[in-house]
Design a protein around this ligand. Structure first.
Ligand SMILES: Cc1cc2nc3c(=O)[nH]c(=O)nc-3n(C[C@H](O)[C@H](O)[C@H](O)COP(=O)(O)OP(=O)(O)OC[C@H]3O[C@@H](n4cnc5c(N)ncnc54)[C@H](O)[C@@H]3O)c2cc1C
Length: 415
């Protein structure tokens, strides 16, 4: 991969973006699309230009896509639009009063407006063995490269966590011929993000593909043999033997520098409807930004999705270019496991009803979530039509009857 990106940065930028993930890249792209003529730089701790993260547990892990194909833009793009890339630069300190940040190598950079788009890092297991060789998380392309370099000598993989990343990795590794055991502490997979019918469907799918899926299973520690993981010990004493452990138990927002500078926040950094933090001229966007979301009943939440990163970035670019627009997007998300494409629209958080539309046995169906009789979200499995048409029901908070929503003879558009 070519890396002829500018190594020297200017002393000051009109817009300085910290973090070169989906959110950081999109602010810079949107600023130039909106003819912003000021100076713009992205400084990011990773050594590579902005790339897409979703393929890391899908096509990049399976080897179906190489790194160049997951770049958000080709390298020339940044140069042609005079967006400076400061790669391999971690920002450790923000001085909001002086409008300067300090990079890990001690250099400082001034800004007119700062956009904090630093995402987060993978949560580690809070038990012994969490840092042994052979224990992996999937957050960066380096993580996946490391993991892949050990695959040839691996036959058994223990996956801790039955969320999207753990399940996607389990699907890829099973297809690659590995024996995979998924360990989930709760009584169903995807419990944090989906309703029971969807969890049960995916549990059955993984088992049908040969995954040993254990629910209600607490991990005691990761077993050590000569500095390498050799198994996962469960709370009941059983040891699941494996040469590789993948930990998929969520992420921790990277906001220490902003919080030290005085930004308010509890989980991540709090932002208003324009993605402004409580610090002057400092925005926060993407995975690390906690905003009040109307679809969550006004609760302050962080969303971890490409849609949220891109839409927040676009909102900030609009504000910076003088046309502020509040961030009120309808969340959407996707996940690929085996030949199943899941598409989600809305937020199923706090639903009080989950209606199944279609027959999960056909592997094409939807789960429609309602709260107080109104549609709030849909999870659509191999059912793009429902996903596209159901969006409107979410936007309008449709009160269509359960019978109509379940009836596949009625297309959702008609409701
Ligand atoms: C394996 C995986 C699969 C996913 N699959 C999907 C999917 O299918 N669909 C979907 O919608 N979403 C998916 N997501 C979530 C999606 O990728 C994230 O929501 C999105 O990447 C968030 O973008 P971001 O820019 O906020 O953060 P990130 O993409 O995490 O980017 C943040 C960047 O900032 C850098 N950084 C952190 N701290 C500092 C610092 N102090 N100084 C400088 N740089 C710093 C980081 O190294 C990183 O490069 C997936 C995520 C992962 C990890």
């Amino acid at each position: 991969m070519a890396t002829d990106v500018p190594k020297e940065l200017a002393d000051h930028y009109d817009v300085l973006i910290v973090g070169g993930g989906h959110a950081g890249a999109q602010v810079a792209i949107a600023l130039r699309q909106r003819n912003f003529e000021g100076t713009v730089a992205i400084v990011t701790e990773e050594l590579e230009p902005p790339y897409e993260r979703p393929p890391l547990s899908k096509e990049y892990l399976s080897g179906d896509k190489d790194f160049d194909r997951i770049l958000i833009r080709p390298l020339d793009f940044w140069r042609d639009r005079t967006i400076d890339l400061g790669l391999g630069r971690r920002v450790n300190e923000v001085n909001a009063k002086a409008h300067r940040v300090t990079v890990a190598d001690g250099t400082t950079l001034g800004y007119g407006q700062l956009v904090w788009a630093a995402g987060g890092h993978a949560r580690r297991m809070p038990c012994s063995g969490h840092n042994l060789a052979g224990v992996h998380s999937i957050r960066s392309h380096k993580d996946v490269d490391r993991l892949q370099s050990e695959l040839a000598t691996t036959t058994k993989v223990g996956v801790i966590g039955g969320g999207y990343i753990g399940l996607e990795a389990a699907a890829v590794l099973t297809k690659l011929g590995k024996h995979v055991t998924v360990l989930e502490a709760l009584d169903r997979v995807l419990a944090r993000v989906a309703g029971e019918p969807l969890s049960r469907f995916y549990e059955a799918e993984h088992r049908a593909h040969g995954v040993d899926l254990r629910l209600n299973t607490a991990v005691a520690c990761i077993e050590d043999r000569d500095g390498r993981a050799c198994g996962v010990r469960l709370a009941d004493g059983e040891v699941i033997a494996c040469e590789m452990v993948i930990v998929g138990i969520g992420m921790i927002p990277s906001v220490a520098a902003l919080r030290d500078a005085g930004a308010a926040g509890d989980s991540g950094v709090d932002v208003d409807e324009h993605c402004r933090t409580t610090l002057p001229d400092v925005f926060a966007i993407g995975d690390c930004a906690a905003h009040e979301n109307a679809l969550a009943g006004g609760a302050r939440i962080r969303l971890e999705s490409v849609q949220n990163a891109n839409d927040m970035a676009n909102a900030v670019a609009q504000t910076i270019t003088g046309l502020p627009q509040s961030y009120h997007a309808i969340p959407w998300f996707w996940s690929n496991q085996y030949d199943l494409r899941l598409q989600t629209v809305g937020l199923s958080l706090n639903h009080d009803e989950a209606l199944v539309r279609g027959d999960p046995g056909t592997r094409s169906f939807s789960v429609i979530y309602r709260r107080a009789g109104r549609v709030i979200a849909l999870d659509c499995v191999n059912s793009t039509k429902d996903y596209v048409q159901g969006r409107r029901l979410v936007v309008e908070g449709s009160k269509a009857s359960s019978e109509a929503l379940r009836d596949t003879a009625i297309i959702l558009k008609e409701l």
